[in-house]
Write a protein that binds this ligand. Sequence first.
Ligand SMILES: Nc1nc2c(ncn2[C@@H]2O[C@H](COP(=O)(O)OP(=O)(O)O)[C@@H](O)[C@H]2O)c(=O)[nH]1
Ligand SMILES: [Mg+2]
Length: 431
Amino acid sequence: MDLGEGLRKAIAKLQHATIIDAKTIKEFEKELQKSLLGADVEVVLVHDFTKRIEEKALKSRPPAGIAPTDYITNTVYEELVALMGQSYEPKLKKQKILLMGLYGSGKTTTAAKLAKYYQDRGMSAALICCDVSRPAAYEQLETLAKQANVSFFGRKGEKDAARIAKEGMEKFKDKQVVICDTSGRSALDDQLIGELKRVAAVFGPDERIMVISADIGQVAGRQASEFNNAVGMTGVIVTKMDGSGRGGGALSATNAAKSVVMFIGTGEKLTNIEPYQSDKFIGALLGIPDLAGLVSSVQDAVREAQIKPEELEMEQLNFESFYAQLKAMGKMGPLQNIFGMMGASDIPKEVAEQGEEKLNKYKVIIASMTKEERSNERILHNPGRIKRIAKGSGTTEKDVHQLISDFNKMKKMFGNLKNDRTFRKRFANMM
Ligand SMILES: Nc1nc2c(ncn2[C@@H]2O[C@H](COP(=O)(O)OP(=O)(O)O)[C@@H](O)[C@H]2O)c(=O)[nH]1
Ligand SMILES: [Mg+2]
């Protein structure tokens, strides 16, 4: 069974459940396991995957406003990303790419797809045929190069792949993306390792990419490790994701082997290639088109729920926390901007314009207060105390009054804002 189909069924079943209890979760887990194993994901990986989902689903509560099913779906998403790897962002820069892999993995097709991919993004691209083993390898790549409308170089009958690479390089010095296709084998052997090393030595690739067909499933992990140990690689392209039910196994095994999945091949046409994007790919697997939307709203809610109410309890604002706030905000740029960012652009200008100088003044004034005064603003409304504090801090009574007035403005502002959802969210982001 196709991985996506199993996952979609499991999610759909979960979303129809009226109550989410331990039994529902267990059943959901069983479905997930079945579909992952069916897609040839390694048993140990499946076990860890479901254990983490169980833990999160049973031990943590969804934040307010988020349905339990959405919360669990988000958890499944996060764990699938951990299982199958992060998104890859192709670099649009001058580069040389060496493709390697076994027979029939899709190297030659992928070479042409990549050349077209970069050319369609405004870069000049060229292909070099360094496959000296397969008959008609030259013609195959030449034809594909014509279809893709990119430059091509090869030497029919030449048996020294490194020599072709060298000549091709000279010819394509000015091209921005030069891609070299190499020989395959039915298994990685010393002869192939030697040839790939010699080609790499003259070609000097920026990327050494291994091409793997999805239909080998979890064997992809072992193959990737073998190639990596023998010749070194920067990443993997998994082809035939369209036709294989074992794509999940290939991706998870490659990720477990610590290899980066850069692109996936999704068909025989030259345009059937895309950078691996976890949210898009996993969203399609789960049958949730706007997975990114669901994930970001759950994540927002989780973050929001993490702000403890007492952190916003400004009734407890005292002079010490007031000073700490001012100082922290001072570091973040002009106060007016910060309040603006939090949606409180209408705060008193005087409060917003706290300069360094004023902050320093406040610091010494607060230092001259007794502990009791610092925690209880009300007892300050006493001329004797104000006079004493002004004298002790080398400031004027007017300065002390100013501090008390700013303090109260701030307190009021937070009091008004703390029940505001948007403000809470912005405040959380700011912290
Ligand atoms: N369905 C599908 N077929 C592919 C894909 N990539 C390559 N192929 C096919 O796989 C076969 C072998 O590809 P080829 O590029 O010659 O493999 P090579 O031996 O590694 O160079 C060809 O028939 C390709 O059309 C893909 O992403 N999807
Ligand atoms: Mg080939």
